[in-house]
Write a protein that binds this ligand. Structure first.
Ligand code: IVH
Length: 679
């Protein structure tokens, strides 16, 4: 059966449209439709092709999904050898390159160059015949490579057919297959989750993906292609300038570098080098230098080649971002949140233009997975401002059976116990409140809005107080004198006085806020609230065993364990005691209230205005202890608005919605009733 003409037309139209969108997206960088709109067209084409298999065609945009695995790659000869490049490592060498070229070509004036970044991927050759991609090959040894057509066809930025009218009879497009950093990170995340091998860097990931015998897997890898030149060509009149040849490629649908420039002299080349080096970290992909090519093709021909590299081109390399050095030892650093991170002590080495003697090893799992041993030669990577990291050991160079790094049992800073939480990679010091590495964070958290809400005690001030040795722990906050505080930089006496007032005011708080303010791991506001409601006082909480703790809503084995570890540290208990001695207090609940019946459960209250004898927080605490919900805004679901003095706009809203309004006396009655109803 042959398909009706309308279907044939629609398929042709869809293919053309999709190809055009591909071109706009991958070559011009100016997509015209959303990803969803593209997907819709794509799915429609897939459907039509599935229903009319006789209309499937190898150059359809749907044909990028890969095919049956191959047993090997065929070897292919490059009709025109694929050369490599000479390198320059500093301005001197770059100037030398230009001088030699000018001498050889007897040019008095400056030579023009075409400049691009040097992508860190793999060289490939794409052969198009009558506008169709017929073969893709690796560079191999430059004379023979491997036929990787099936894999390259899955790369979306490689056009399966060229566009435009001037279809060359034969043209060999050369360029780099690479992986962007974001794609590489995502790939490694997937690989790790699936328990598969992770790649050391984007280049290795690109190489590995391109050399898979199963092109269906290649299709799932985020590979990209960018061209940097033309190999053999027949039946096409090419411009006599490197730069214009590249523009020609772009016109026929081949992606080229966005950073490509035509430069007038070697001085401009040096400037270009610096500009790209400065922009290196902002690029979406790794580059290891810039490449300069003589722009005039006739002069290129005249300059010719030496051994395996052209005389008319040079790669001016950037400082390497990956180098090898020896791992001398592994230390452990305690972070602001108590996490212990292994730090590599390295034989000093220059990476990315900077001397490096320390690098992160992330965590113990990484060390184990990478099998890093003390004394190994390791690959160290440093990209931009990112902390240098140990990528992998060079196992081939390992001698004997060197020791594995070991996590210490106690914190190197404060000596507290180090524990690993079940199911987590991180090890932590449990000395949260007093460990010198963590105390700034502990104090900042204590002062924060949802914790004790100490107005005027911002992060900067906490840092000053700790650095000047005025406070060691949160308890010391309440011993600060006016003299001490106003002696700090940028602190007027008035603000110092305000700070002390704020501190004094926050002494009256709720148990829930206080528990939250201690900054125990994974004890958030809701958990603190539940703990406060259950235990009623801090002594009972500090002494509760893991089983009792788990009776509390929201508290599972992990949180219970965190609480236990925290209060098992005598120093933490001392700080809590000291805080109470300094006057931190909350409404005491008697034994009857502790086992408060949930008489208000199912009700939602909004508190507005000022209440007599208690803060809104405290009022909320009393309501919650009885099972009520407390919300910040009035809605039809609100049971009642509790309005103290000056209730404000919520009052108007409640009236508008016909929500009950309870005054101070009514609120007291509500609490009394619900308390007495229990006895
Ligand atoms: S030109 C005859 N241009 O670098 C010139 N190469 O070290 C041959 N490369 O095998 C190459 N970006 O894989 C050229 N813009 C660029 C490049 C580039 C990366 C790679 C390519 C080549 C290797 C030579």
């Amino acid at each position: 059966m042959t398909a009706p003409e309308s279907i044939v037309d629609e398929i042709a139209r869809l293919r053309q449209e999709l190809n055009e969108h591909n071109y706009r997206y991958h070559v011009l960088d100016t997509p015209q439709i959303s990803d969803q709109a593209y997907d819709r067209l794509f799915r429609r084409l897939l459907q039509l092709e599935r229903e009319n298999p006789e209309l499937t065609s190898a150059d359809s945009p749907t044909q990028r999904v890969g095919s049956e695995p191959a047993s090997h790659f065929d070897s292919v000869a490059h009709e025109m050898a694929m050369l490599s490049l000479d390198n320059a490592f500093d301005d001197e060498e770059m100037l030398g390159f230009d001088r030699r070229l000018r001498d050889r070509l007897e040019q008095e004036t400056g030579l023009g160059y075409c400049a691009e970044p040097k992508l860190d991927g793999l060289a490939v050759s794409l052969l198009y015949e009558a506008g169709e991609l017929v073969r893709a090959a690796t560079r191999g040894d430059g004379r023979r490579g491997e036929d990787i057509t099936a894999n390259v066809r899955t790369i979306k930025s490689v056009p399966l057919s060229l566009i435009g009218d001037s279809r060359p009879r034969r043209i060999e497009v050369r360029g780099e297959v690479y992986m962007e950093i974001a794609g590489f990170d995502a790939l490694n995340r997937n690989q790790r989750e699936a328990g598969d091998k992770v790649f050391a860097n984007p280049r290795n990931a690109a190489a590995g993906s391109l050399r898979l015998l199963d092109s269906r897997i290649t299709a799932s890898r985020p590979l990209k292609f960018c061209s940097y030149g033309i190999g053999l060509n027949e039946g096409v009149e090419l411009p006599a300038s490197q730069y214009r040849q590249m523009q020609y490629l772009r016109e026929i649908g081949i992606p080229i570098s966005r950073q490509i420039e035509r430069l007038d002299s070697v001085d401009d080349c040096l400037d270009y080098y610096r500009r790209i080096l400065a922009a290196r970290e902002q690029l979406a992909f790794d580059i290891d230098g810039v490449v300069f090519k003589l722009d005039d093709i006739d002069l290129q021909r005249e300059a010719g080649f030496v051994s395996r590299a052209p005389r008319w081109a040079i790669a001016y390399k950037f400082p390497a971002q990956e180098v090898m050095t020896r791992l001398l030892d592994v230390d452990f650093q305690v972070g602001r949140t108590g996490a212990l991170t292994p730090v590599a002590r390295l034989e000093p080495v220059a990476v990315g233009g900077v001397m490096v003697s320390n690098a992160t090893l992330h965590n113990m799992d990484e060390i184990e997975r990478k099998d890093i041993r003390i004394g190994d030669i390791v690959i160290v990577r440093r990209a931009g401002d990112v902390i240098p990291e140990v990528v992998a050991p060079v196992v081939q160079q390992r001698e004997g059976r060197p020791a594995r790094p070991k996590m210490p049992a106690s914190c190197p800073v404060c000596g507290s116990e180090v524990m690993q939480q079940s199911g987590q990679a991180a090890y932590r010091c449990v000395g949260g409140l007093f460990c010198a590495a963590q105390r700034k964070e502990a104090i900042k958290h204590y002062a924060s809005r949802k914790a004790m809400d100490i107005e005027g005690l911002g992060d900067k001030l906490v840092e000053q107080l700790v650095e000047k040795g005025l406070i060691d722990s949160i308890a010391d906050l309440y011993d600060l004198s006016l003299e001490q505080v106003s002696g700090l930089g940028r602190m007027a006496e008035k603000s110092a006085r305000n700070l002390l007032d704020a501190l004094a005011k926050t002494r009256s708080t709720t148990l829930a806020r206080f528990v939250y303010a201690l900054g125990i791991r994974e004890v958030g506001e809701a958990t603190a609230e539940a703990l406060a409601g259950y235990f009623g006082d801090v002594e009972a909480l500090m002494d509760a065993d893991v089983e009792t703790l788990q009776q509390v809503e929201d508290v599972g084995p992990v949180v219970a364990e965190n609480l236990r570890h925290f209060f098992d540290q005598q120093k933490n208990r001392d700080i809590v005691e000291k805080l109470v001695e300094r006057g931190v207090n909350w409404p005491q609940v008697d034994a009857a209230q502790k086992q408060q019946a949930q008489t208000l459960s199912g009700n939602t209250y909004v508190i507005s205005g000022r209440l007599d004898g208690m803060s809104r927080d405290q009022a909320a605490g009393l309501l919650k202890a009885r099972g009520a919900r407390v919300s910040g805004s009035v809605s039809v679901k609100t049971t009642a608005l509790i309005g103290g003095e000056n209730p404000g706009s919520k009052f108007a809203k409640a009236e508008e919605l016909g929500v009950d309004i309870i005054d101070q006396a009514g609120f007291n009655r509500l609490l009394d009733d619900s308390t007495s109803s229990e006895s």
